[in-house]
Write a protein that binds this ligand. Structure first.
Ligand code: HEM
Length: 543
C-alpha cells in the first residue's frame, strides 16, 4: 500500500488542512495499489507511477495516503460512466479547491449549479462561423513566429530555437485575440501582463502537483514569497481583464449584436468570445463571472495547445516516414497559401498526427472528480467482474494517460503511429461492453474522439463537461503546424532524452524543445489572400 500522509508531513513540516482530501469513503472492495512512497516522491511524474500500478492492479484501484484515498480509473467503461452516464453525480473536487483562487467559478472548476447556465452561454460562442473567422488570425500569429525564425536563418544558415517557448508564444497571442481581442504580442515583446500570465500559469501548475494546499494556511499569502508574487501577478491580469470587460460593455453596439446573433462575422469588428458573451441577449453575467470565464479560457486554451504542438514536433522529427507524409500533404494541399477552412478539411494526415500526439501526451494527463452522492462504478474491462460501490465524497483520478496507453485497448500503445486512426479496432474480447475504435468515414469531423473510440481516446474529455475549445484548438494546431512545416526543416539539437518530461496541468518538457532549424521554402507573401490559394493539383495524401 502507498503510505503518504505522515511521511510527507514529516519531510515538509506542513500539516494537511482538515478536509483537503475527503475521507476514505466507500470503495472497500477496490484493489489497493502496492507501492512505495518513494515512487511518488521520485523524479518520475505522478502519472507514470499511476501507470505502473494500473498494470499491476487493474482498471480501478485505490491509492491510500494515510487515512485518505484516491480511486484511480484507467478503464474506458468506467470513464464513460463518470463523464457521461452519471456525470451529474460528480464535481471537480480537489481541482476546484486548487484552482478557485485563480479561476473563481469559471467553467472548469465550477460547481454544477454555476456551470449549467454558463456552459449554455459559452458553447454557442464557439460556433462554426466563429472558427472560420478565427483562421486568418491563427495564421497571422503563426506568421509572427515564422518572420522571427526567417530572420534567424538569414542567408540560409542554421539556427537554434526553443520551439516549446515559440509554441507558448503563438498560443498566448492566439488565445488573447480569440477570447478577448487583446494582442499580447508575446512573440516580439515582453510586457508586465505577459510576465504575469506566465507567473500565474506556473503557480496553477505548482498547485496542481503539490499535494498540500499550504497557500490556504493563515499568513501564507503574505509570508511565502512565491505566494506574494502570485497575488501580484493575479492583480495585474485581473486589472487587464476588468479593463477589457468594461471596454466591451462600453462599446456594445446594436449592429454588432445583431450580426453576432446571425453569426455574420463579416460585419463584426470584434469577433472575440468576450464580445459575444457581453452581447448575448438574455444572459447577464456579473463582471466577476465574466472575468472568471475569461481567465479559465486563457489558462485552459493556452498551454494545452502549445503542449500538443510541442510533442507533435518532438515525435515527428523522430519519425521520418510520418514527417515525409505530413510534408507531402501540406505541400499539396496548402502550399504557400495562408491556410483557410477548405484546407483544414483536406489535411487528414495532419489531423491523425495531432490526434496521435494527444494520445501519447494527453493534456492534462489526469482528470479529477469527487462524488456528490453514493454510486456504483461499473466493472472494468480487465479486472473484477463486479462493480465497485463508492460513497459520497470519494475522490477520483481519471488517468487519461493510462487509458490512451492501455495495452488492453491499443496495439503498440507506446509507438507513434498516426495510421492507427484509420484502422478499425473492435477488440473482440470486450464485445458488448466496449465498442472499440472506428475510423472516420461516417464522422463529420476529421478528428477521432471519445465517441468514435467509446472513451478509449478522450483528449478533450467527454460527456457534459467536454472541452468547449476542442475545434478551436485542433484548427489552431493544424494551421500552425502546416505553416511551420512548409517553411522550415526541424531537427533536435540534442538527444531525445535531453528534452525530458515534467508535468503540471499539462505535460511539458523538462528542458525546452531545443531545435535546429533551416529554411525549407521561401516565406509566403503575406499579402496573398487565402482565396488565392493554389488549387489542388492532386488528391490529398490518404492516412
Ligand atoms: C475542458 C483539454 C483547448 C476551454 C477541457 C477538458 C479537457 C480539455 C480534457 C475536460 C476537463 C474535465 O473533464 O475535467 C483541452 C486540450 C486543449 C484544449 C487538450 C488543446 C489541445 C481549449 C481551448 C479552450 C478550452 C482552446 C478555450 C478557448 C475549456 C473549458 C473547459 C475545458 C472552458 C471546461 C468545460 C466544462 O467544464 O464545461 N479541456 N482543451 N480548452 N476546456 Fe479545453
Amino acid at each position: 500500500m502507498v503510505k503518504f500522509g505522515a511521511e510527507r508531513q514529516r519531510r515538509t513540516g506542513l500539516v494537511m488542512p482538515k478536509g483537503y482530501f475527503q475521507p476514505n469513503v466507500g470503495g472497500e472492495t477496490i484493489p489497493v495499489a502496492q507501492g512505495e512512497l518513494s515512487d511518488l516522491a521520485g523524479d518520475e511524474p505522478l502519472f507514470k507511477n499511476l501507470f505502473t500500478w494500473f498494470i499491476q492492479s487493474g482498471g480501478v484501484y485505490k491509492l491510500a495516503f494515510g487515512p485518505k484515498a484516491f480511486i484511480v480509473v484507467s478503464d474506458p467503461v468506467v470513464v464513460r460512466h463518470l463523464l457521461k452516464e452519471n456525470y451529474d453525480n460528480y464535481d471537480k473536487g480537489v481541482l476546484a479547491e486548487i484552482l478557485e483562487p485563480i479561476m473563481g467559478k469559471g467553467l472548469i472548476p465550477a460547481d454544477l449549479e454555476t456551470w449549467k447556465p454558463r456552459r449554455r452561454a459559452i458553447v454557442p460562442a464557439f460556433h462554426k462561423a466563429y472558427l472560420a473567422a478565427m483562421i486568418s488570425m491563427f495564421a497571422d500569429c503563426t506568421q509572427r513566429s515564422i518572420d522571427k525564425m526567417t530572420a534567424l536563418t538569414e542567408s540560409g544558415q542554421e539556427a537554434s530555437i526553443d520551439m516549446e517557448q515559440e509554441f507558448l508564444n503563438i498560443g498566448l497571442d492566439i488565445i488573447g485575440l480569440g477570447v478577448f481581442n487583446y494582442d499580447f504580442g508575446s512573440i516580439s515583446t515582453e510586457s508586465p501582463v505577459i510576465k504575469a500570465v506566465y507567473g500565474v500559469l506556473k503557480e496553477a501548475e505548482h498547485r496542481s502537483t503539490f499535494y498540500i494546499p499550504y497557500w490556504n494556511l493563515p499568513g501564507a499569502a503574505v509570508l511565502v514569497p512565491r505566494q506574494r508574487r502570485f497575488r501580484a501577478d493575479l492583480a495585474v491580469i485581473n486589472d487587464c481583464l476588468d479593463g477589457l470587460i468594461a471596454q466591451a460593455k462600453r462599446t456594445r453596439q446594436a449592429d454588432d449584436a445583431e450580426a453576432l446573433q446571425q453569426r455574420d462575422y463579416s460585419k463584426v469588428t470584434d469577433p472575440s468570445l468576450l464580445r459575444f458573451l457581453v452581447d448575448m441577449r438574455g444572459a447577464d453575467p456579473t463582471d466577476k463571472q465574466l472575468r472568471d470565464d475569461l481567465m479559465t479560457m486563457l489558462i485552459a486554451g493556452h498551454e494545452t495547445t502549445a503542449a500538443v504542438l510541442t510533442w507533435t514536433l518532438f515525435a515527428l522529427v523522430q519519425h521520418p516516414a510520418a514527417l515525409e507524409k505530413a510534408l507531402a500533404e501540406v505541400d499539396t494541399v496548402v502550399g504557400d497559401a495562408r491556410p483557410a477552412l477548405e484546407h483544414i478539411q483536406q489535411l487528414p494526415y495532419i489531423a491523425a498526427i495531432l490526434a496521435e500526439s494527444l494520445r501519447l501526451y494527453p493534456q492534462p494527463p489526469i482528470l479529477i472528480r469527487r462524488a456528490l452522492g453514493d454510486d456504483v462504478l461499473p466493472a472494468p474491462l480487465n479486472g473484477d467482474q463486479n462493480g465497485y460501490p463508492i460513497g459520497k465524497g470519494a475522490d477520483l483520478f481519471i488517468s487519461v494517460w493510462n487509458v490512451h496507453r492501455s495495452p488492453h485497448l491499443w496495439r503498440d500503445p507506446d509507438s507513434f503511429r498516426p495510421e492507427r486512426f484509420s484502422e478499425t479496432n473492435k477488440n473482440e474480447g470486450f464485445e458488448g461492453r466496449w465498442a472499440g475504435y472506428r475510423p472516420s468515414e461516417q464522422r463529420s469531423s476529421l478528428y477521432p474522439n471519445e465517441v468514435s473510440s467509446d472513451f478509449a481516446f478522450l483528449p478533450f474529455g467527454g460527456g457534459a463537461r467536454k472541452c468547449v475549445g476542442d475545434q478551436f484548438a485542433f484548427t489552431e494546431a493544424t494551421v500552425a503546424l502546416a505553416m511551420l512545416l512548409r517553411r522550415f526543416h526541424f531537427s533536435l539539437a540534442g538527444r531525445p532524452e535531453d528534452v525530458g518530461m515534467a508535468t503540471g496541468a499539462t505535460i511539458h518538457t523538462a528542458n525546452g524543445l531545443k531545435m535546429r532549424i533551416r529554411r525549407r521554402h521561401a516565406p509566403a507573401d503575406p499579402s496573398l489572400p487565402a482565396s488565392e490559394a493554389p488549387k489542388l493539383q492532386q488528391q490529398p495524401v490518404a492516412v
